[in-house]
Design a protein around this ligand. Structure first.
Ligand SMILES: [Ca+2]
Ligand SMILES: [Ca+2]
Ligand SMILES: [Ca+2]
Ligand SMILES: [Ca+2]
Length: 365
């Protein structure tokens, strides 16, 4: 079968009518045809075909869902180019496209998540995905086995086995009920704490669970339970659980959690406890000059900073400046808060009188 003949796609982005134009006339019958039509922003897009990728064709069984539905991309070696991944009967296959050679290159086979080992079942193969769980810029490979979530890291520099097994998450095992679609189909990754690495999220019988991988300790850390989207609250129905996903709605690098319940879309932000709050200022300051205040925290997300300068004035922000009207000592206060947490700390400010030195001529006798 001949596939993907070159396509020519013309996209006209902007066509403007020049000459007299009246927005109130829009939608009204034109009495005269436009006489001066010109295209001012025509971009020509052309599809070209890369060399054929791996021959995952129908004749070799890739028309089966257990294989074709696992085809995905992810940058497993962190070079900024996505690899092509899929599960074959023997396990995970990986290919990369080499733009210099204009050719596909087969990478070492991934974990042997094979049919004979049960991976032909949707409760396993449908959970295969990638995510950067250690935040190093390359994607790890995740998949749920009967014993729980397995994770592998591809190390292109390793001499021997380039696929390195990371600790698993045993809680999501078949024995714990995770072989049910209402649970395993919600397994996903997303950076819900905004630290640059993806967390592992899923809905269990009692609600949302989240795990973070700590690369220093080479261990998974369970985060506080998420919203109680539980079976008893009807979240075992596909019309609800299948809508669970993450996305960075406010663009702060931290993913929000989204889902649809009977009333519509819910969105939740995760808030970290505020710890290590400290405030400082660059006084002593000469009267009339600005004093700069700085607040720092060790942990905390979605924070707002409210300053009280102890002279009836206030300010906001991590770093603020304020000019006092009277010399003296002040105790400025900063209150740092998010929707869940709040903390306050003070910093003492000294404002000195300005001294105008008087220079008298030295008279020699
Ligand atoms: Ca890559
Ligand atoms: Ca990684
Ligand atoms: Ca994270
Ligand atoms: Ca966000």
């Amino acid at each position: 079968m001949k596939r993907y003949l070159n396509l020519l796609l013309l996209v006209t982005l902007v066509v403007s009518f020049t000459g007299t134009s009246d927005r109130h006339a829009f939608g009204q019958e034109r009495t005269t045809a436009p006489t001066n039509l010109s295209a001012v922003g025509t971009i020509v897009w052309v599809w070209s075909q890369l060399p054929d990728g791996p021959a995952w064709n129908d004749a070799t069984g890739w028309d089966q869902k257990q294989y074709y539905s696992t085809i995905q991309t992810g940058d497993i070696d962190g070079d900024g180019r996505d690899e092509l991944l899929a599960r074959a009967n023997a396990g995970i296959l990986a290919y990369e496209f080499d733009p210099d050679a204009n050719a596909w290159v087969k990478l070492p086979d991934g974990p042997a998540w094979s049919g004979p080992d049960g991976w032909y079942q949707e409760k396993y193969y449908s959970t295969i995905q990638t995510g950067d769980i250690d935040g190093d810029g390359s994607d790890e490979l995740l998949g749920r086995s009967p014993a729980g979530i397995l994770a592998y890291k591809f190390d292109p520099d390793a001499n021997d086995d380039k696929w390195v097994a990371l600790p698993n998450v045993p809680e999501m095992s078949d024995t714990n009920g995770w072989d049910q679609e209402q649970y395993y189909s919600t397994i996903q990754t997303g950076d819900i704490d905004g630290d640059g690495s993806d967390e592992l999220l899923a809905r269990g019988a009692a609600g949302i669970l989240a795990y973070e991988f700590d690369p220093a300790a080479n261990a998974w850390v369970k985060l506080p339970d998420g919203p109680e989207w539980s079976d008893v609250e009807n979240w075992d129905q596909e019309k609800y659980y299948s809508t669970i996903q993450t996305g960075d709605l406010d663009g702060d690098g931290q993913h929000e959690l989204l889902a649809r319940d009977p009333d519509g879309i819910l969105a939740l932000d995760l808030h970290a406890e505020i710890t290590g709050l400290a405030a400082s200022n660059d006084s002593p300051t000469v009267l009339g000059q600005p004093t700069t205040f700085t607040a720092t925290v060790t942990t905390g997300t979605n924070l707002s900073y409210a300053w009280d300068f102890d002279d009836g004035n206030s300010g906001s922000g991590v770093v603020v400046t304020h000019t006092y009207g009277t010399a003296g000592t002040y105790t400025a206060t900063v209150t740092v808060s998010n929707l869940v947490y709040s903390d306050t700390v003070t910093t003492v400010v000294t404002i000195k009188e300005s001294h105008h030195s008087l220079y008298l001529p030295v008279v020699l006798r």
